[in-house]
Design a protein around this ligand. Structure first.
Ligand code: CDP
Length: 766
């Protein structure tokens, strides 16, 4: 898509000669590396920097005590909790930041880290969130004076008594404990930054691997305003980013230390996390201990859902959920089914682990929700001895019920679940596969077919319900059309590889008739882009994409006035076809958008302001509800327990598609990321809080070798409220895939008495 080339030509990067944070090299730049704790919970008795400071090139060792002088040793999280930048008295998880070393060279900084001596006094460790909530558990957040337990929040939604009544009246009830383990965002690029404080102008520029540059600027201003960093003097630039997936929304201590070090030294400071640090200490995803119950009538009509969940957030709640939704959008857990009643409660717990709960390629806990309901529906279908496809069809919300108000309060915009499932069934040849399965089962072979008919909820706002730290969740676009008919469009979001440069240009091109190649798309620079909440939770197309269309339409409205002036016609006598206005009934009497753009600067009507530009801050009236039906076929080796995905058909529906090739790419990547936790990935801790799976030797990241051939297709059910009829898609496959795979494995084993297997389904578990 050529955006790297564009970035390389961008003069702001001449000094850095690169496109990613780690490519930036500024004159006089110094390097930061971080000392980390070997203990999961310990008092820090002493930090002795003298050996480190004796290494030539080591400039300083920074501790929590140093930061405390400026009240920068703690910072707020996006969930209004607090997180240590550097500890003053104790550490709370293994690999936590303990001190920072500044040096003239990256390798010298690493040597300095080795030489810092820290004395610890271990404290009792809490790793199990259920035990953390038991009376008598060691209280972890002793920094919070009034905190007498490890409970973070209680959140519930739904009609409890109606749900209880429905369960009491149900003919069949299934109940299942489901654990969704901690997993980790392993982006190609780890987090990092270059902070450059100019002592003369007082301006701070930070090149930062962030998905939300504007919000970060505001947070920096709020946290460090008292040391002179006011918002107009802070410039956050998110350059090219090698994958975010929710892991680059939080503020990491390394960023803050680098900024503080640059302000103190007046030198540019670079911090780039290494792979092991990234895997062991960054914010984690999932870690949901779910107990789910589903109720059905005699004929298999589903009636009610009840879920209780304990969410392990590590030692601080540093997720990035909208503030009114501490459990994110888990309330989408009624999924694609017409349930009369539901009740859900989630309790957050502190443990001695890194922060958890980030939205890993997921619209704030939607993956957990989709997995829970799709597993439960499958268990119920098997329990009732009904075909899982027929069972789903019987219980889907029918197309004529949209907009549909769910039992947990969401208004689904549009859907045709049967349409997607039917397409998937036809594509995979479902009936023949079931025959084959019966034959194989008779021969003692293990083959399974799993379905997942998920519904997502993406595109936060609307701002009346959604904010982060009080910042309303809208998004923005500003377009300027230059005199020669070329344009620049700037957005409040930030691509991390999703191809916004391509799709946003297409949106503006479609609305204005300017070729996409003549539209420069920019995001990520807070000095130039309009304020926005950023890119995560598949919100870019539903929010900023819509803002792009709305800003372009404002420009078209002005262009009509200019065209009427040029053509000496009345505005309402003009018709638009992409690229020109013409007089109704006389297509030859026309003005192109390029001619109109020139006139906007050279020959605009008297009394009209010159120029052709517009800005839109788009507040979506509702979220969008993309969906899909995935079918997975597995063969299980009876000897080794190895699960082989033989086929996987994914039918997605994200409404109108802007760029089919990009959507296809999003789905392919998402499917592999959905397979990963189903079969390979998990982060565990032993009793002492030692991380298991802290390197790629044992955290199994699937590669092209493990990835089967994904067979994709689509249906199209436009969103009625989005200006382009589009819904988000970036996360659909990650959300939908795990349940299809697990359902297939359990389908292969159900006749042997297996109801559920927790993920990842390694050969040992299968
Ligand atoms: O917020 P994020 O960019 O991760 O997610 P998204 O809005 O789902 O978009 C992912 C990519 O797919 C973007 O380049 C979108 O413009 C593109 N897309 C599309 O072409 N058509 C859609 N209906 C939805 C997304």
């Amino acid at each position: 898509m050529g955006h790297s080339i564009k970035r390389k030509e961008d003069p702001r990067f001449v000094r850095g000669q690169g496109t990613y944070v780690d490519d930036i090299r500024l004159p006089g730049m110094i390097y930061l590396d971080i000392v980390r704790s070997p203990f999961a919970h310990a008092t820090i008795k002493k930090i002795n920097p003298s050996k480190a400071l004796s290494i030539p090139g080591v400039l300083a060792v920074i501790t929590g005590q140093d930061l405390a002088k400026y009240n920068l040793h703690w910072m707020p999280t996006l969930m209004s909790d607090t997180q240590m930048v550097l500890p003053v008295d104790k550490v709370m998880f293994q690999s936590q930041e303990v001190a920072a070393v500044l040096a003239t060279d990256r390798y010298i900084a690493a040597d300095g880290v080795e030489a810092v001596e820290v004395e610890y006094d271990p404290l009792p460790v809490v790793v199990d969130p259920k035990k953390a909530l038991e009376p008598g558990a060691p209280i972890l957040r002793t920094d919070k004076k009034d905190k007498k337990d490890n409970h973070i929040f209680h959140w519930e939604v739904g009609d409890k008594s109606a749900t209880e009544r429905a369960f009491a009246a149900a003919k069949t009830v299934v109940r299942q404990d489901i654990y969704i383990p901690r997993i980790h965002v392993a982006s190609i690029e780890t987090p990092g930054c270059v902070a450059q404080f100019d002592k003369v102008t007082g301006k701070l520029t930070v090149w930062l691997t962030t998905q939300a540059p504007h919000a970060i600027r505001t947070v920096v201003a709020l946290v460090a305003g008292h040391v002179g960093l006011s918002e107009e003097k802070i410039r956050i630039i998110a350059p090219d980013i090698g994958g975010g997936f929710g892991g680059k929304v939080p503020v990491y201590p390394g960023y803050v230390i680098a900024i503080a070090a640059s302000v103190l030294t007046g030198k540019p400071v670079k911090w780039v996390e290494d792979r092991m640090e990234n895997l062991q200490a960054d914010s984690f995803a999932r870690d949901y201990h779910i107990t789910a119950e589903l109720a059905a009538e005699k004929d298999g009509t589903l009636t009610a859902l009840r879920i209780k969940t304990i969410a392990d957030h590590g030692y601080t709640d540093a997720a990035a959920n909208p503030s009114k939704f501490p459990a994110g959008l888990f309330g989408i857990c009624t999924g694609s089914y017409d349930l009369k009643a539901a009740h859900v409660q989630v309790d957050g717990a502190y443990t001695n682990k890194p922060p958890g709960g980030i939205a890993y390629r997921c619209s704030f806990r939607v993956t957990e929700a989709a997995y829970a309901i799709e597993r439960m529906v499958d268990i119920m279908a098997h329990e009732l001895n009904m075909d899982p496809a027929d069972f789903r069809r019987k219980n889907f919300i029918p197309p004529d019920k949209f907009p549909y108000k769910s039992a947990l309060g969401w208004e689904y915009d549009s859907g045709n679940y049967d349409g997607a499932l039917t397409k998937a069934i036809e594509k995979i040849g479902y009936a023949e596969l079931r025959k084959e399965q019966a034959e194989k089962r008779a021969r003692g072979e293990l083959m399974g077919i799993g379905i997942s008919s998920f519904t997502e909820i993406v595109g936060a706002g609307p701002s009346k319900h959604f904010d982060i730290l009080g910042l309303k969740m809208f998004d923005s676009c500003e377009i300027r059309v230059h005199p020669t008919g070329k344009a620049i469009a700037r957005f409040g979001t930030k691509s991390q590889g999703q191809g916004h440069e391509t799709t946003y240009a297409q949106i503006v091109a479609e609305e204005l008739g300017i070729p996409a190649g003549h539209i420069l798309v920019e995001e990520g620079d807070t000095d130039t882009a309009p304020y926005g909440l950023g890119t995560y939770a598949s919100r870019s197309t539903p929010t900023a994409g819509a803002a792009g269309a709305m800003a372009a339409r404002k420009i078209r409205d002005k262009a009509r006035k200019i065209a009427a002036h040029l053509l000496e016609a009345r505005e309402d006598d003009l018709e638009w076809e992409p690229g020109k206005f013409f007089v109704r009934g006389n297509p030859g009497n026309a003005k192109t958008i390029q001619e109109i753009a020139l006139a906007a600067y050279t020959n605009h009507p008297q009394g009209m302001e010159a120029g052709l530009e517009a800005v839109s801050y788009y507040d979506p009236p509702n979220l969008t509800f993309p969906f899909g039906s995935y079918i997975c076929v597995v063969d299980i080796d009876k000897g080794t327990g190895e699960v082989k995905i033989r086929r996987f058909v994914a039918v997605d529906d994200c409404g109108n598609i802007i760029n089919p090739m990009i959507v296809e790419g999003q789905i392919h990547g998402g499917l592999t990321m959905g397979m990963a936790p189903a079969l390979y990935e998990e982060i565990n801790y032993d009793e002492e809080g030692n991380i298991q799976g802290g390197s790629f030797m044992d955290y199994l990241l699937p590669t092209a070798v493990e990835t089967p051939k994904w067979e994709t297709d689509k249906t199209c059910t436009p969103s009625p409220h989005h200006p382009l009829g589009a819904k988000g898609v970036g996360e659909s496959a990650t959300v939908g895939a795990p349940a299809a795979i697990v359902n297939a494995v359990v389908d292969a084993l159900w006749h042997l008495g297996v109801r559920h297997i927790d993920i990842p389904i390694t050969p040992a578990r299968a």
